[in-house]
Design a protein around this ligand. Structure first.
Ligand SMILES: [Zn+2]
Length: 341
């Protein structure tokens, strides 16, 4: 008698381990405050919660979230006409759903920062030739801006492990302007995610006394196609142009804010060393073709004797990088925390 009960109990335990803990998909969705959308035509389904959407196909041993993450355990299956989710998978989805999406208070997020040190390789950019202690030395724009770009990248990488920090070049190479823009435009972004484009250059002038740093951004009036018909899934020309205008205005406003923020960051760091020439508007090739808030920084004049010397000092280049970094950090904070950008 006792042994029989034990046996039945054991059988019950095993069967509940095997089947009993599995839940039907609707009850499971309810447990994470989600909804099930089932497409009988394709035999696939979705569980959608306020945070994520989970796509599944019965028999396929994983679900894929709308963030592209694969949660792989056992497959969702159909039993007696019911769609069932195995216990282990249910637990995995529940815990995934418990992690907040990397969303900011404003719902907008800077997902990537693209740093573009100008020139490189066969293109040295501006060159300054100066004398110090009777010896002449050269300052090349391509090297100074590469150093600043790398310093900047290092600081951004350690502050934002969750953002993509990219560079158009990390060595003495020459990507064309077109290639630089394409690289940045190729970065995959989610909805409400933005990439910042920061181009770094140095100035030159026939007048050796010309000096100072400046930050450029895209002018408001410059027209371009920011949203293409594919991305809003419409062929309606009027709707398209309306969406375009809005996106474009937001972009150039953001570019201006980014420019201002970077300028004041630089002023704090190098304002005592060299003058600030302010914010300028221009439709630079690199900036104008980038579908993202974009600025171009001129870190100083390689042709100015004092600045030429500063721009060949590693510690000064670090100071410039710190200034740009502080400016970007302030912008990112405002962008991600303001109610509406
Ligand atoms: Zn340049």
């Amino acid at each position: 008698m006792g042994r029989k009960i034990l046996f039945i109990l054991l059988l019950f335990l095993i069967s509940s381990m095997l089947f009993g803990a599995d839940t039907d998909i609707f009850s499971f969705a309810k447990s994470i405050s989600g909804k099930v959308i089932w497409d009988s035509r394709t035999g696939s389904g979705q569980i959608s919660t306020s945070r994520y959407i989970y796509n599944f196909i019965p028999g396929v041993p994983w679900v894929v979230t709308d963030k592209g993450d694969k949660i792989g355990q056992d497959a969702i299956y159909i039993k007696n006409g019911m769609v069932m989710i195995p216990d282990a998978l249910a637990k995995a989805v529940t815990s995934y759903n418990g992690t907040a999406a990397k969303k900011s208070a404003s719902g907008h997020r800077v997902a990537a920062i693209f740093i573009d040190p100008g020139h490189g390789g066969k293109d040295p950019g501006a060159i300054g030739t100066h004398k110090k202690n009777g010896r002449s030395f050269k300052v090349m724009e391509k090297s100074a801006v590469l150093d600043v770009g790398k310093n900047l990248r290092n600081k951004l990488v350690s502050t934002y492990p969750d953002k993509k920090i990219l560079m158009s070049r990390t060595g003495d190479t020459y990507p064309t302007l077109d290639e630089r823009v394409k690289m940045a435009n190729r970065v995959k972004l989610g909805p409400n995610e933005t990439i910042l484009f920061v181009s770094i250059h140095a100035n030159a002038s026939l007048k050796p006394q010309a000096n100072g740093f400046e930050v450029w951004y895209l002018p408001q009036e410059y027209r371009r196609t920011v949203v293409d018909s594919q991305s809003i899934n419409s062929t309606n020309k009027n709707l398209l142009s309306a969406v375009n205008t809005i996106a474009e205005e937001e972009l150039s406003m953001e570019s201006e804010l980014l420019a201002k923020s970077v300028m004041s960051g630089m002023k704090d760091k190098i304002g005592k060393d060299i003058p600030c020439r302010g914010i300028k508007q221009e439709s630079w090739f690199v900036v104008r073709n980038a579908k993202m808030p974009s600025i171009l920084i001129e870190i100083g004049f390689v042709t100015n004797p004092k600045e030429g010397e500063l721009l060949s000092s590693a510690s000064y280049l670090q100071k410039i990088s710190d200034g740009i970094y502080n400016g970007i950090k302030d912008f990112v904070y405002t962008f991600e925390h303001s109610g509406k950008k």
